[in-house]
Design a protein around this ligand. Structure first.
Ligand code: ZN
Length: 720
């Protein structure tokens, strides 16, 4: 191709050498492919004719039988029926070859603009240098179509005869510039899933790519490939025969696009019973009690119909037979069998395929051409055992994503006997919001101090340790009287308990809240508030100030500052004591702290929540509690030395608040109550300073009198 420099002519010595002599015939033959209608050759046929690929150390012609499951997805990119082709699979499946055959088909057979998007510029450059350039250089039919000009072969662009191939990365200006007939997105789940500025995102890379192909109408296509990298949304998700090929919905990424599509899965035909089944890692049969390497070496695929076993050496044969029609890609059809409730499975060209413009494919690691069952099983078993020992599932999740090619559901939530969000959700009790159950005799308020909010839980207690949350909320806004409470536009700042001592004043009214007892003419006020002494920087001092202020108001005996002590080997569960003298000669604080053996208390809280039956010691949850709060309660798991947050978990306040509530209840003597003769302050009667009559007749007459006596009672508690 002739390239003329378009710079302004300067001094003679700065004019670059002229391009080599070109005849008009050369020019014409260069331009003619642009006038040629798109060739009818399929992507795979073109690859076998024109493409040479590296295989076992040498360059050989492309061979469809090496990764037979890529044939249909590659060829379907040229179909006018689908606007997008999605391939989800493990890392050793030849997904990137799918990308290359499709892009090179455009070079040889359908010269229109094509764009390839990698996850980063570094990845794009590395791919061009290590994969694309050698591929072009070793494939004569491709190489001779590459322009000879200086700008025709760069990291970001290859100009072939009649078509440009651009190589980019996911930033909005690359995905919103010119029209493309095809956009190929590789390693999709490792791209940012929202492009553009945070406050006005332009969309997912997939959505933006679809915009690019619009002008090419039905000829346009977006190809997306990736291993999944986002976890399953709902660990309680389970198989539905009406959607047999649905992947458990993930929080983001390619799995969501796959589920929108035709949902193709790769099938083998059993050599014994001739039924079709999907080869999957979870269908591998092996002795899990053996060491991982030995377990892997003996792994065999089990036919789910006749249970015959197949060893790994048959994988190549099975995949090739599938390509020849004994198995292969089956997609979800539009019809469900009325009698069995099962969805019909169909071929990609069946008119009764799921009505969608996305052809989607999911390949399980068991059929992947370049991995072996023994390695996958050995790595899976190793990671699984490490997880069981340490509770750390990073390696295990990695096996699911990259080796098996499926989104990962956190296993500890799945395990039998373990309490799950699903179980809690199914066992919620009807109880009006901010109302005590009929058995409630006292109420506690727990507060967890965070950087910009207080997490608050209010718990109603029965005489035998049964309890229920009656309120759970966050305080995020300071009182009007606080410093800089509002800005010039009247908007409140977030509270900042470490910085502003007065922000703790938002907590004082919590002790005056009144909660009716179901079926009784009584209501209860919190008898105690327990406040986390640890929190953001500066909070401990402010917490102490708040306690002194409450003491001046005559409520010091109701406010407790708590501090957690970790480990299971602590002899006491709860003790009330002054902090030991600080190190470095620091003065010890003159206040007392409610010390909590948090890990031991967490055991108790979770065991109580897991009981699911009412009665002494039970901790049923109310129906109005949001699912996020249930997740907070189950946000940690037990390790050998203590509880720790599960990976990826951010909020755990409901668990901490429950621990504080149990600590104060035990400190107040919960475990020593004689239910037939409870102390006065645990009765629904006038002698209880925290009980409020709500029935006819007396109009809260007890209230004032109680305040006076409560300080006296408090002294008794403090001395316990
Ligand atoms: Zn069989």
């Amino acid at each position: 191709m002739v390239v003329m420099p378009d710079r302004v002519a300067g001094p003679l010595q700065r004019i670059p050498p002229l391009p080599p002599f070109v005849t008009p015939e050369d020019l014409l033959s260069d331009a003619l492919p642009m006038l040629d209608p798109p060739s009818r050759m399929s992507v795979t046929d073109a690859a076998e004719s024109f493409l040479r690929i590296p295989l076992r150390g040498s360059w050989q012609s492309f061979d469809r039988s090496i990764a037979p499951y890529t044939v249909e997805p590659a060829d379907i990119t040229q179909s006018r029926r689908f606007k997008a082709v999605v391939f989800v699979g493990p890392s050793q499946s030849g997904k990137t070859m799918l990308l290359q055959t499709t892009a090179m088909h455009a070079v040889t057979c359908a010269p229109d603009p094509v764009q390839i998007i990698h996850m980063t510029k570094t990845d794009a450059d590395a791919w061009v240098e290590e994969k694309l350039n050698p591929l072009i250089m070793n494939s004569p039919a491709i190489r001779e179509r590459l322009g000879k000009g200086r700008d025709d072969s760069t990291f970001s662009r290859k100009r072939f005869r009649g078509m440009p191939l651009t190589i980019g990365y996911p930033v909005p200006n690359q995905l919103s510039s010119r029209s493309q007939r095809m956009v190929l997105l590789t390693d999709y789940d490792h791209m940012p899933q929202r492009l553009g500025p945070k406050d006005s995102p332009e969309g997912t890379p997939f959505m933006m790519a679809r915009q690019r192909i619009r002008t090419f109408m039905s000829r346009g296509c977006v190809l997306v490939e990736s291993t999944p990298a986002f976890p399953v949304v709902d660990p309680a998700w389970h198989f539905d025969p009406a959607q047999p090929h649905l992947l458990p919905p993930a929080t983001n990424g390619i799995v969501l696009i796959y589920n929108e599509g035709t949902r193709g899965r790769w099938y083998w035909e059993c050599l014994d019973c001739h039924e079709l089944y999907e080869p999957r890692i979870d269908r591998l049969h092996y002795d899990a009690s053996l060491p991982p390497g030995d377990a892997g070496a003996a792994a065999q695929m089990e036919c789910p119909h006749c249970h015959s076993l197949l060893s790994h050496r048959h994988k190549v044969t099975m995949n090739r037979a599938a390509l020849a029609g004994h198995g292969g890609w089956l997609h979800e059809g539009a019809r469900v069998d009325v009698e069995t409730g099962k969805r019909e499975l169909v071929r990609i060209d069946d008119a009764n395929i799921r009505n969608t413009d996305i052809a989607s494919y999911h390949l399980n690691g068991a059929a992947a051409a370049f991995s072996s069952w023994s390695e996958i099983v050995a790595r899976y078993e190793t990671a699984k055992r490490r997880f069981e020992e340490t509770g750390d599932d990073i390696d295990l999740s990695g096996i699911f994503y990259t080796e098996i090619g499926v989104p990962y559901a956190r296993r500890d939530i799945d395990e039998e006997g373990a309490i799950t969000v699903q179980t809690l959700r199914e066992n919620l009790r009807e109880l009006p919001y901010k109302t005590c159950p009929s058995w409630a005799r006292f109420v506690t308020t727990s507060v967890d101090a965070n950087g910009s909010w207080f997490a608050v839980a209010v718990t109603a207690w029965g005489l035998q340790g049964e309890r229920m949350l009656i309120d759970r909320f966050d305080i995020r806004q300071p009182l009007d009287t606080a410093r800089k409470a509002k800005d010039h536009d009247g908007r409140y700042r977030a509270i900042d308990p470490g910085k502003y001592a007065e922000d703790a004043d938002t907590l004082a009214p919590l002790l005056d809240e009144i909660y009716p007892v179901q079926g009784e003419n009584w209501a209860l006020k919190p008898s105690a508030m327990v406040l986390d002494f640890n929190g953001p920087v500066g909070w401990s001092d402010n917490a102490e100030k708040f306690w002194r202020k409450m003491k001046r108001d005559g409520k010091g005996h109701q406010v407790f500052l708590s501090i957690g002590r970790g480990g299971f080997k602590i002899p006491d569960r709860v003790w009330y004591a002054s902090p030991e003298r600080g190190s470095n000669g620091k003065k010890a604080r003159a206040i007392k702290l409610l010390n909590m053996a948090v890990d031991r208390l967490k055991d108790s809280v979770l065991a109580a929540a897991a009981r699911l039956e009412d009665g002494p010691g039970a901790y049923p949850l109310p129906h109005w509690l949001e699912e996020d709060r249930l997740k907070e309660l189950l946000s940690e798991r037990r390790g050998a030395d203590g509880y720790e947050k599960k990976p990826g978990v951010v909020r755990n306040e409901t668990l901490d608040l429950s621990v504080q509530a149990l600590a104060i209840a035990e400190h107040r003597g919960l475990n020593k109550i004689d239910p037939t003769a409870p102390p006065e302050w645990m009765t629904l009667s006038e002698v209880n300073p925290f009980a409020v009559w709500t029935g006819p007749g007396r109009v809260n007459q007890g209230e004032q009198a109680h305040t006076a006596t409560s300080e006296k009672r408090a002294i008794k508690w403090l001395r316990r």
